[in-house]
Ligand binder design. Structure first.
Ligand code: SAM
Length: 265
């Protein structure tokens, strides 16, 4: 086994070997020549080869592996290669240029955290990410659904999400044990996004930490006549559990509790 292969394998990454799937993922991003495209974890360039064919106005490749970054620079001279950890990337830097589309076959261990961070940034119009099948289900589940949780409530406060297609383990090397899924995220108009994202994030986390409990119990320190009226106007009950609230209802609930929240976090 070569030194390079050992280095790649030690990161626990699965490289896409099927060009049809790679093309299908990139096609889902609907790239035009006006778009700026950022790819997270391009690896050996399986997706990048198809991105370049769309000739976006700008192409940025964010790759953590310092062996792969120079190879990408040689292979894709039109791209800006940034050798960095996507978890430490300053996503607010995309806000100045706008019209960004982000794509990646994301490493499983960082996918949820990255998506949580990225979707709340303005300047990003659309993303297409390949993630674990179960994570794809959670990102796209509607409220009331078994898979719906804090991640889905948060992400869908900023984007419309759609599960596009499932990808079997056989198209990767090394072969993972699980299925993957490709999800598209289309940013909501700015005036439909939450006014106070950090407060909303705290409320969603607070509620889903105790997802088996009833909302009346979870929110007992905040119950007021305003909250009771709000529950009634939304057709909700204090005995409902967090998964009963849609992303928009979490924003409504936040507006009721924001003056007191967080009391005891
Ligand atoms: N896009 C390629 C493909 O589909 O074959 C590679 C996908 S592989 C699952 C994930 C890639 O992300 C690897 O190249 C790995 O080095 C890179 N990577 C892992 N963690 C990263 C991080 N935190 N930030 C940026 N890149 C990361």
């Amino acid at each position: 086994m070569s030194q390079k292969f050992r280095a790649k394998k030690s990161l626990g990454q699965n490289f896409l070997q099927n060009k049809n799937i790679a093309r299908k993922i990139v096609d889902s991003l609907l790239i035009s020549k006006e778009d700026r495209v950022l790819e997270i974890g391009p690896g050996q360039g399986a997706l990048t080869e198809f991105i370049r064919l769309s000739e976006p106005r700008e192409l940025m490749l964010l790759e953590k592996d310092y062996n792969l970054a120079p190879e990408l620079e040689m292979k894709f001279p039109e791209a800006e290669v940034v050798q960095a950890d996507a978890l430490e990337f300053d996503w607010t830097s995309l806000e100045k240029d706008r019209n960004w589309k982000i794509v990646g076959n994301l490493p499983y261990n960082v996918a949820s955290k990255l998506i949580w961070d990225i979707v709340s940034r303005s300047g990003v119009d659309m993303c297409v990410f390949m993630v674990q099948h179960e994570v794809a289900q959670r990102l796209t589940a509607s409220c009331g659904n078994r898979q719906y949780g804090g991640l889905g409530a948060w992400v869908q406060s900023f984007c419309e999400t759609k599960y596009l297609f499932k990808v079997p383990p056989s198209v990767f090397v090394p072969r993972p044990k699980i299925d993957s899924g490709v999800v598209r995220f289309i940013s909501l108009p700015e005036n439909k996004k939450p006014e106070n994202p950090s407060g909303l994030a705290m409320l969603i986390r607070f509620c889903f930490q105790k997802r088996r409990k009833q909302l009346g119990n979870i929110l007992k320190s905040y119950i007021s006549s305003d909250i009771e009226e709000w529950f009634e106007s939304e057709g909700l009950k204090l005995s409902d559990r967090p998964e009963a609230l849609s992303p928009l209802q979490f924003q409504g609930l936040y507006n009721c509790v924001k003056n007191d929240f967080p009391l005891d976090l």
